[in-house]
Design a protein around this ligand. Structure first.
Ligand SMILES: O=c1ccn([C@H]2C[C@H](O)[C@@H](COP(=O)(O)OP(=O)(O)OP(=O)(O)O)O2)c(=O)[nH]1
Length: 134
């Protein structure tokens, strides 16, 4: 876990366009976030580069589920590079506490045969990376 954000406005998903809502990072206290029930944006601390012959998907660690929280993840495309994000849903009515840098997710890689002709070139390519990392 690198950052936890709260959403500050609505999002929009159209047939063509989209607007990702503004969000605000929460300051950890004593090196951890105390999160009450709700929906948060979880920004990963680690950057990934998905190989071009691979697609990945991400699951929450079961420890997260066991304490009453979910991580919503989608598909990580071949060739994607970046520090991605996921949706953290805290359902435990007593909240949860997550330390900065705690491991929250596991990526599962699926090798593609044959290799795809196209690698990811969407709007999230290179997100949160320094120019030389892209
Ligand atoms: O839970 C996830 C899943 C994917 N990604 C990254 C890797 C992926 O390659 C990229 C784009 O994901 P996706 O293709 O699902 O997004 P989209 O909304 O379809 O965007 P685009 O139109 O750029 O494909 O975002 C995340 O950060 N979190």
């Amino acid at each position: 876990m690198g950052e936890v954000h709260v959403f500050r406005e609505s999002g929009y998903l159209g047939a063509e366009g989209r607007r990702i809502p503004a969000s605000e990072p929460l300051e950890p206290e004593g090196g951890a976030w105390l999160l009450s029930p709700g929906f948060y944006k979880a920004v990963f601390m680690d950057a990934v580069h998905i190989p071009e012959n691979t697609v990945a998907t991400c699951f929450p660690r079961s420890s997260l589920l066991r304490m009453g929280a979910l991580l919503g993840c989608a598909v990580w495309d071949p060739g994607y590079r970046g520090r991605g994000e996921a949706l953290l849903v805290v359902g435990n009515p007593h909240g949860i506490r997550i330390e900065v840098g705690a491991r929250i997710a596991q990526l599962v890689f699926i090798r593609l045969y044959p290799q795809l002709g196209e690698r990811y070139s969407g709007v999230y390519q290179g997100e949160r990376l320094a120019r030389e990392q892209v």
